[in-house]
Structure formats: C-alpha cells, structure tokens
Design a protein around this ligand. Structure first.
Ligand code: PBG
Length: 323
C-alpha cells in the first residue's frame, strides 16, 4: 500500500497541522433578544441557555462576550402586543425603546459590530415581514417604504450593519439608496439572500412572540426544495449593493452556502437558527448527544461549507470552550 491516509491522522500534532478548517470567535455573530425596561431577564423556554435581556443586562452580556473575543452582535427587540400595529410604525419611531437601547449600546461599545434586523414581523399585528392587505396578500412595494424607514432609523442609532430579513423584492437597493441619501454610505447591508420558509424558526418566534397570525411566509421566503433560485437572489443582492450574502437556516442548507461561496466573492454568512440550536439542546439534555462536540462539529460544518460569518446562539458557549 503506497497511500495510507491514516498517517496524517496519527497524532494530535499532525492532525492539527493538516487541519483544513479552524473556527475563530471572530467568525461569530451573537444574536441577542432585547427587552423593554430595566433589570429584566426572561429565559426562552425553547432555547435553553438563552435569555431575553433588558438593555442594562445586555450591556453586561456584550462586555462578557467581547472579553471572550466575540465582537459582533445581532439585536432583536421583543415588542409588547400593545405596541404593534398594521404598519409596524414603532419599528421606526426614534423614541421607541429598541432604538434608544441601540444608541446606548453603540455609545458604550463603539468598537463592537452591531447588526439590526429589518422586517416588520416583531412590530406588526399580522406577524408578517411585510404589509398584509385585506385578502391576506403581502404587499411588496408598499412594504419597502416601511422597511426603508426602519433601516434608516436603525442606521441613525449607529448600527454598523443593517440586516434585511424580510425577503421583499428590491429591498436591498431601496435601503441602500435611502442610507446613501441620508449620509449613511458607510452603513453596511447584510442581506438575508437565501432565506427559506423553514420550520426551524419556531423557537425564535416564541422568543419574540412574532409568529404570523394567519397564513405562512411561503410567498416571500424561499422553497426549501430550491437551490438554483439562491443564485438569482444572490445576483440581485450583489447588484443591489449588499456587502454580505446570508444563507438561512444553515445546517440543512450547507449546499446553498457552498453554492454561493463558489459563485460569489462577497463574504457569505450562515444563520445557525433557533430550531437548530433547540434541536441540539434538547438531545443534549436527554443525554442523547454530547453538547460540546456536536456544537463544534455543527459550527465547523458551516465554515467548511464556505461561511465566513456564522450567526449563532452557540457563540458564547463555543467561545468559552475555545478559550
Ligand atoms: C424576522 C426573522 C426571523 C428570524 C430572523 N429574523 C423569523 C422569521 O422569518 O420568521 C429567525 C431566526 C431564528 O430562527 O433563529 N423576519
């Protein structure tokens, strides 16, 4: 036998030397759930280890994470039902708690990278990412106005990256133009490029109480059966001025990550979503899977597939383990 691949696996030193993919805490972006008020921490039942936090506690959490080498955060507000309406107006009201909190966070941690989410669902009585008409249709072009106002309000807080997760057509260009027209040409856009109509968002919708009140998201989020359609979305986002292309979910869509990595030069992000997190946590709690090794293997697979950025609820845990 001339070829024996096992020779390159014979010791830790050699295995480390030939290791092709290595995770870094700098790859991670940590999604955080923001509560209105003070000194509040409420566990997300379907996401063991994850809490919704008021801004004072979130500042502490960000500080802890930055000491672990995590510098990027994606912040999602939990909006009380009484603040929701048909047009998600609170999403761009500068006095609303989440925009104030974002300002506070950027003030305290100017060197942190803060991303914000653009979609109507957390602020809308319909729980959809766009405006819903009387027949239950999601109106594309009318929604752009709200999304644009939301993006601008978020940019005004100092947010570094705007993350449109709504999947309306043309929103990247629409948001890019509004940002540029208002002097925010340095604010980046991480587009949710290939966002699938997935069952894996359930725990996130629990955390924010943002599930659609009727219907589903299949007329705007992509069909899980489609791969080539991701190319169309990616071409559009690139033309429209996106700085990052995101694939979401991650684990069940590694082929999509790889496809975009092979065909586009923009950095690819993978969103390791709430359901993927919950799945491992549930199995680990039962003792059916080893949390730490399975977690690292999952994260590694996303990077190996071609993701440069990994949005993950495991960020803090993984960083502690990598220390
Ligand atoms: C809002 C949004 C969702 C997620 C991120 N932004 C939910 C959805 O589209 O229904 C899901 C994130 C996760 O599951 O971790 N549009």
């Amino acid at each position: 036998m001339l070829r024996r691949p096992r020779r390159n696996r014979k010791s830790t030193a050699i295995r480390d030397m030939v290791e092709e993919t290595r995770l870094s805490t700098k790859d991670f972006m940590y999604p955080l759930f923001l509560l209105e008020g003070k000194s509040k921490s409420i566990a997300v039942e379907s996401m063991p280890g994850i809490h919704r936090l008021s801004v004072d506690l979130m500042l502490k959490e960000i500080d802890t994470c930055m000491n672990l080498g995590i510098n990027a955060f994606d912040i999602f507000p939990v909006v009380d039902e009484k603040h929701k309406d048909k047009l998600a107006t609170k999403s761009h009201n500068p006095n609303f708690f989440y925009l104030q909190a974002l300002e506070e966070i950027k003030d305290k941690f100017p060197e942190a990278c803060i991303m914000t989410d653009v979609a109507m669902d957390p602020y809308s009585t319909d729980g959809h990412d766009g405006i819903v008409d009387e027949y239950g249709n999601i109106l594309n072009d009318e929604s752009l106005e709200v999304l644009g106002a939301m993006a601008l309000a978020q940019a005004e807080t100092g947010a570094d990256i705007i993350g449109p997760s709504d999947m309306m057509d043309g929103r990247v260009e629409y948001i890019r133009e509004i940002l540029d027209d208002n002097g925010f040409e340095d604010t980046s856009i991480m587009s949710y490029t290939a966002k699938y109509a997935s069952a894996f968002y359930g725990p996130f919708r629990d955390a924010l109480d943002s599930a659609p009140k009727s219907g589903d998201k299949k007329t705007y989020q992509m069909n899980p059966a489609n791969l080539r359609e991701a190319i169309i979305e990616a071409e559009l986002d690139e033309e429209e001025g996106a700085d990052f292309l995101m694939v979401k979910p991650a684990l069940a869509y590694l082929d999509v990550i790889k496809l975009l990595r092979d065909n586009f030069d923009l950095p690819i992000a993978a969103y390791n979503v709430s359901g993927e997190y919950a799945m491992l946590k549930a199995a680990a709690q039962k003792g059916w899977l080893d949390n730490d090794t399975a977690m690292m293997e999952m994260l590694l697979s996303m990077k190996r597939a071609g993701a440069k950025v990994i949005l993950t609820y495991f960020a803090k845990e993984a960083a502690l383990l990598m220390k």
